[in-house]
Ligand binder design. Structure first.
Ligand code: GLN
Length: 417
């Protein structure tokens, strides 16, 4: 089964850009573990897929190589940062895709393109050979058109890797085997502040409500839950992720990889000019934010506080999972927006990920799958969230819902000759 690979994972001998000019001409001399595993499973990689520069963004407009488009409406974004992979799967260019999810970058584009996307537990899939954005949050995961294909792909890429110090030393359970065991008696917690939340498009609420009805008629026990600390998760993320990115991206200095500005009079000027020319606006914004948050005198007020919020989010999740087996809500507050619509408003762009970020902060598992079209005719994503290592459970619930839902429409693009 052919696959589109987010261009942030190294393939031996193949140009890898991370959507950035700073890596111009960089050809990795090794395969990432994910690529090695895909080769082992006989999965041909048909292409490198576009992304927001260094996976920073929610629309794929931050790529130095131009935006990707949504197969449902070419004037709209496919989401991001893994927008190229999601669009490729949605458009039928490849049945499988690989993305990375630091704050929602697999689930949000899956939602906006009407495909399945999985953010695995932190440490389940090796990050060896993945160009780092925020190392404590980054996780590689699958895109597919069905839950079963996504489960198969995760089985193929997951597993312990001694090349990644944060890799979980456990056997990968057979996800596909358990798919058909049903949801009878399973406790599903609806995150009420998300379904009816401020800024949530009415058509999104309506489709998610219909999915809840469907799970209920399949025998799941539905309850409601409010998660108070989650309203701070977005702010905490936009301190932690930039802080880690400012440190990870310090290595692109014009010396070791890719772009080097010519004719500098000394090494410092060469560093400055290479980074000025090589990084785009969003990446620069985050490097500055992160450097500031980590500075002496500000560290405790910003970075330290954000880490405390992270702990609160983890505790709220733990409490929620005493009452429920899985949680449920929308993946994204809206359907796909127009190219350019939010490009000049970073805060509006960041709000895309309010519902996805908590799972990253907690290192937990989550999945997005299509749950019909909104009033604007565009796909809506249903998000299922579980504790770390609950992928099997999430696949089972997603599969049960998917079977009840029936096949989804293909984007209008498919009908074109
Ligand atoms: N959109 C979020 C951001 O810009 C998440 C990105 C991601 O998950 N890689 O940081």
């Amino acid at each position: 089964m052919p696959l589109a690979l987010k261009d942030i994972l190294c393939i031996d001998g193949v140009r890898t850009t991370a959507g950035s000019k700073i890596l111009e001409g960089y050809v990795p001399p090794y395969d990432s573990t994910v690529v090695k595993k895909l080769r082992g499973a006989g999965v041909p990689i048909v292409g490198k897929a576009n992304l927001d520069e260094f996976a920073m963004g929610s629309s794929t407009e931050n790529s130095a190589y131009g935006p990707s488009r949504n197969p449902w409406d070419l004037a709209r974004v496919p989401g991001g940062s893994s927008g190229g992979s999601a669009a490729a799967v949605s458009a039928g260019f490849a049945p499988l895709g690989i993305g990375t999810d630091t704050g929602g970058s697999i689930r949000q584009p899956a939602s906006l393109c009407g495909v399945v996307g999985v953010k695995p537990t932190y440490g389940l899939v090796s990050r060896y050979g993945l160009l780092a954005f925020a190392s404590s949050l980054d996780q590689v995961g699958p895109f597919a058109r069905t839950v079963e294909d996504a489960a198969l792909l995760l089985e193929a890429i997951a597993g312990h890797d001694r090349m990644d110090a944060t890799s979980i030393p456990e056997e990968v359970p057979p996800y596909v085997k358990g798919l058909e065991s049903g949801v009878k008696g399973l406790r599903v917690g609806v995150v009420s502040d998300w379904v009816e939340g401020e800024g949530v498009q009415p058509g999104v609420t309506e489709r998610v409500r219909a999915a809840i009805e469907s799970l209920s008629s399949l025998g799941a026990e539905i309850g409601e839950i409010s998660l108070p600390s989650f309203r701070y998760a977005l702010s905490a993320y936009y301190l932690i992720a930039p802080a880690e990115c400012s440190s990870n991206l310090a290595r692109y200095d014009g010396v070791r990889w890719g772009l080097r500005a010519p004719e500098a009079k000394d090494v410092v000027e060469m560093n400055v000019r290479s980074r000025t020319a090589g990084f785009g606006d969003e990446v620069k914004r985050r490097i500055m934010l992160g450097t500031y948050a980590l500075s002496a005198g500000y560290y405790d007020a910003y970075y330290g506080k954000a880490q405390q919020v992270r702990t609160l989010v983890i505790r709220d999740f733990e409490k929620a999972y005493e009452r429920f087996d899985v949680l449920l809500g929308p993946t994204s507050p809206t359907t796909a927006f127009k190219i350019g619509e939010k490009a000049d408003d970073p805060l509006a762009m960041y709000l895309n990920d309010v519902f996805t970020i908590p799972s990253n902060l907690a290192g937990a598992a989550a999945i997005s799958l299509p749950c019909g079209l909104a009033e604007d005719g565009l796909p809506v994503g249903l998000q299922l969230l579980g504790p770390p290592m609950s992928e099997g459970l999430l696949f089972k619930v997603a599969y049960a819902y998917e079977q009840a839902r029936g096949p989804v429409d293909a984007p209008p693009l498919w009908g074109r000759s």
